[in-house]
Design a protein around this ligand. Sequence first.
Ligand SMILES: *Cc1c(COP(=O)(O)O)cnc(C)c1O
Length: 419
Amino acid sequence: MSKSPVWHPFHQHGLGEDIPLVTRGDGAILHTADGRRVIDAISSWWVTTHGHNHPRIMAAVRDQTKKLDQVIFAGWTHEPAETLARDLVAIMPGGLDHVFYSDSGSTSVEVALKMALGYWHNRGEPRHRILVLEHSYHGDTIGAMSIGERGVFNRAYAPLLFDVGTVPFPAADPQPTLDALESACAAGDVAAFIVEPLLLGAGGMLTYPPRVLAEVRAICAAHDVLFIADEVMTGFGRTGTLLACDQAGVTPDILCLAKGLTGGSMPLAVTMATAPIFDAHYSTDRSKLFYHSSSYTANPVACAAGVANMAIWREEPVMERIGTLAQRLGAVLDRAAQKTQVIRPRQCGTMIAFDIDTGDDAGYLANIGPSLRAHFFANDVLLRPLGNTIYAMPPYCIGQDDIDRVSDVMMSAIDLNAR
Ligand SMILES: *Cc1c(COP(=O)(O)O)cnc(C)c1O
């Protein structure tokens, strides 16, 4: 093939790694132009829930393309957007009655931040400070990077990122987290606290218990600090429940959803908000409207995929599949945990992770990363370690045979790295 003009995301072209050409997706499998059958053990970067090319979602997409491709959404509407919004309000925690559309997880987070600041601004009580949890990831736009962990990902842009308050990640003893949140909230200038509930993804697949989530939510409520749940990755069953927040019995003031919203088939996101957030922007005064949109907001074809996804959730035994998958992945994790070089085994629903003990060479740029990736690729398994953290997060439809294969390849990778 001639040299490609494509510049890939999070990819170092200078290393000259092979870039597979994917021609077809089917369930948990990706087929490549050179005839390989690759197991997608990370759900194509955490988006694919029910499997690639799900027949019901693809049929809904085909159907919608016969009717309406795209329409302005400022003051106009269409059936797929209306239906999806109603379906979301019906299935998500009570009180999240307003649905704002956008195109990606990052934008859903930007929208959440703007809603929070707009809420305080329009009430005439300006609060601007955002609190975040240590090690968080919320996306790659400037605002989303500002509220995420600082590091090699964003060092070049650091001077442009805004200042936030960082609450320590809850370790075995969560009290320092709760104390830090309490005293930060007490200052009175905090607009919102944003978290990835139960499972921090890009920060290294770090988990914390539902009890801590319930406690941080309560602290925010006590101080009138808006609580934003970024469920872009954790939403739609990933953690074993529809939302991670469900396990803590928590309802956020603002909820971000994206990856699994269309079953992982089309780019679409929503930011859901409670009545007080919407009402703060509701007025006969046009200056108080919510100033955000992108050209493709609520694209009808993407919304149709979302409607089909919701029907799958209502009509198919999705939770049962998730339960079975979680159990099977638990067995894989047990197998890995037997190995001496495996540390910090952890599971949250359909995600398992562990670290390989590499001594001082840990973190995202750990040297072990690229060699692990090459090993997985050579064995037709798509796994993309975060530094020395190996994790799997497959689509809910993956079969036992393919899980066994992923397990074997993980174990051989661990053995290659015996110290
Ligand atoms: C992936 C992710 C995002 C960003 O979503 P994009 O669609 O990639 O912009 C935001 N928050 C969390 C928790 C994520 O995992």
